[in-house]
Design a protein around this ligand. Structure first.
Ligand SMILES: [Zn+2]
Ligand SMILES: [Zn+2]
Length: 213
């Protein structure tokens, strides 16, 4: 099992790197990604913090013998921009974190996918920041772009997103997908089973992001 979206105390999570890695090992996870919020937040992962976190990731992933990816979660800002610290991450997730109108929501996401390099589109259509109407035409545009640019759609078990209505649209497309708990506390690490079940059910033609690396 894999959990590719875990926040640490390097942004707004409560777990320290060693605690997270130890917990992941106990949960028998094969690979995790520690994904902290980026620099659009005051508490976000600056370049200096990313370097320091990397040292800890390397030290404790070898101590506990588990693969740990070094990740960041960028908010999708006005005009589809993202703010990334100058650091080479293993995995870059981008997500919307503020309430937006349906039009603006789609506009930002579509622009963001077209103009940025990243790996995963996080918690699409999450209801946590206010809900947007699902527009099938726009959703299909997103799916086409993700597929064209080989970007993974994330199945996020904290946000319970994307909804199954969106996953159904993906059909048997060979879309990449990622699965993450998006936990900010140690107890949520590895809470991903439902995400993998959804992937199996709705993305039969899909490919897990770590397959074929
Ligand atoms: Zn998020
Ligand atoms: Zn997150």
């Amino acid at each position: 099992m894999y959990d590719l979206h875990i926040h640490s105390c390097y942004s707004d999570g409560s777990g320290r790197i060693e605690e997270i890695i130890r917990k992941a090992k106990e949960a028998k996870l094969k690979t995790i990604a520690i994904v902290d919020h980026s620099i659009e937040h005051k508490f976000g992962l600056t370049e200096a913090k990313a370097k320091k976190r990397q040292e800890e990731i390397e030290r404790f992933s070898s101590k506990y013998d588990i693969e740990v990816l070094s990740g960041v979660e960028c908010g999708i800002l006005a005009d589809g921009e993202i703010a990334l610290p100058d650091f080479k991450f293993d995995i870059v997730v981008v997500s919307v974190h503020i309430p937006l109108s349906t039009d603006e929501y789609y506009r930002r996401i579509l622009k963001c996918i077209k103009k940025n390099e990243f790996d995963v589109l996080g918690h699409l259509h999450s209801n946590l920041f206010g809900s947007v109407d699902e527009d099938i035409g726009k959703d299909m545009e997103i799916i086409d772009l993700l597929s064209e640019r080989d970007i993974a759609v994330e199945i996020n078990t904290s946000h319970d997103a994307p909804p199954t209505t969106f996953l159904q649209l993906c059909g048997d497309r060979k879309l990449r997908y990622s699965v993450g708990s998006d936990t900010h506390v140690l107890s949520g690490i590895g809470n991903v089973r439902r995400g993998f079940e959804l992937a199996k059910k709705f993305l039969p033609g899909g490919k897990f992001i770590l397959d074929g690396r």
